[in-house]
Design a protein around this ligand. Sequence first.
Ligand SMILES: [Mg+2]
Length: 172
Amino acid sequence: MKLYPNFYFNNILEITIPFLHENAIQGLILDMDNTLIDFDRKLLEGTEQWVAELKENGIQLCIVSNSNHKEKVKTVAKRLQIPYFYFAKKPLKSGFKKAKEKLGLENKQIAAVGDQIFTDVLGANRSHMISILVEPIGKKDIWITRLKRPLENAIIQRGKRKLQEIKKKTQK
Ligand SMILES: [Mg+2]
């Protein structure tokens, strides 16, 4: 199912080096709004350290944002010293493809991280990359995101319930 993420975390900081190694992930495509920065353009606390640690461990990073504010995307990318693509039109595959070429990796070696099922997760799955959904860091979503959120919540809840059912079964 193309709307289901392969993995789900509270935020990007929970994506650790051991996790990436376990899943043979060598590159991350990062969404920006509500994944790296909140509505007030504030970077999630600890992001710079997290990025530095990933880089030290040879993990490559690239921002792929749907935002059409070039300067906004550029400012974050510059601060984190990672390449970026803006106005990416996720879930279309073109942005993911460009990032893949930039990273010089195979699709299976790349995980795309974001807070939205209908852009980030769907686009990653369509691109045959690993999809990671994170909780949005900003509470003040723009209206279009807010419209889509109830359905996303339903999907997340269903996923969590499924996990619990599996856990129960395996405990028996
Ligand atoms: Mg986002």
